[in-house]
Design a protein around this ligand. Sequence first.
Ligand code: 5AD
Ligand code: SF4
Length: 475
Amino acid sequence: MNNIKKNILNDYDNQKEYMDRIKERNDVFFNKFGIRRKYMILTYGCQMNEHDSERMEGLLGNIGYETTSDLKEADLIIFNTCLVRENAELKVYGKLGELKQLKKDNPNLIIAVCGCMPQKEEVRDYITKKYRHVDLVFGTHNYYKLPEMIESKTQTNNRVVDVWEDGEDLIEGMPAKRKYGYKAFINIMKGCNNFCTYCIVPYTRGRERSRLPEDILGEIMKLAKEGCKEVTLLGQNVNSYGKSLESKVSFAQLLYMINDIEGIRRIRFMTSHPKDLSDELIDAMKNCKKVVEHLHLPFQSGSSRILKKMNRKYGKEQYLVLVEKIKKAIPDISLTTDIIVGFPGETDEDFEDTLDVVKKVGFDSAFTFLYSIRTGTPAAEMKDQIPDDIKHERFDKLLATINSISAKINQDMIGRTFEVLVENISKNDKSMLSGRTRSFKLVHFKGPKELIGKFANVKITKTKTWFLEGEMVQR
Ligand code: 5AD
Ligand code: SF4
């Protein structure tokens, strides 16, 4: 089945007529039955997907839908999927299977699968053939057409499969339903040009494209006026922001501009590719008071030989030198990373190099992944795949090493006071609040719930496995 389209110009304005029609229908339903039609979005994978879901929620909210967390109650269920590792993919198949009965009980239910999985032809074909109860299938480039697709399904009862290989433009002006008022994700670019040999993202998210700085600044200024205090700038490789723009504004320059926006108190960003982390950016991080002391800098493997096979374009020593430079410029920087264990051909010596980097850098925390074969990537074709038992053995050893280092770093925070942006009432203990330091540490402390969305100074008193505990103090 080849229903993929190439480089179509996005036409978000055209959605207006579909949005009006659906809204009218949903309002009639509400007036008749006193309840709103409901949707549920299940989001898998990275923050890009999280943010795309916020956009779809914004669209659905504008056309008379309400959110629900009960699948049985939903009139529309959307799976925003991830293809980065096999387990994310398997989870979606499992859930889709479960929904078969729900669809039988409620034939008007619309089930959609979007995001990265449909971008791969084999996966898309598998979904459309195996799960006949899926009504809408679309990808990462055209989710803004959700109203048109809902309308088409409703009017014709035919399944819609609409996936684009790439999208020409970045869409501006779409609504978003943001989870929090005081912090927001901002997509500053999309796609990736790096083609790390293990990674499916360049195939599912297309080529790298940056949003115009004025669009990004406009969005952040608007959010700041509405009370947003913290922004996280998102991109697969934010360090190469601006390269696709005629004006060639660098990421560092963008940080300086955002730093000047009144009301914003913290600027985060992710993800940074070590090969593109410039001195200019380190200077900007140092000079911009609002840029937090936290850097997520994936190194993936400590072995220069494996890094070469991964097409990462830096070696072990280069990474360590870069980290030293950053630590020198910003002494209290908190560093986090991504590491893959069991890449094809990884020997015990290669793995020792990974442990060595972990120990030398002293990461505050790390996301560790078992290498997962992704069909269509060069690494999937490599002959020397590592057996699962060895992968797991190395993984456990790596995790133990990381945990002991991060426990030590957290221990050293005891007795010190940090600014915390209060985010929630703690899940485990309702008498506690939880929030994050600038360095992204999760802190629990006692305080009034009116502090949610505000800043508090918290003195750290205890460390737990996943968070720190403290007490509020006046500075
Ligand atoms: N197997 C395991 N981990 C992967 N990642 C990307 N592709 C794979 C894969 N095939 C990890 C990388 C990346 C993070 C988002 O996911 O560490 O930085
Ligand atoms: Fe994947 Fe590499 Fe691009 Fe990150 S930089 S999204 S790991 S290809």
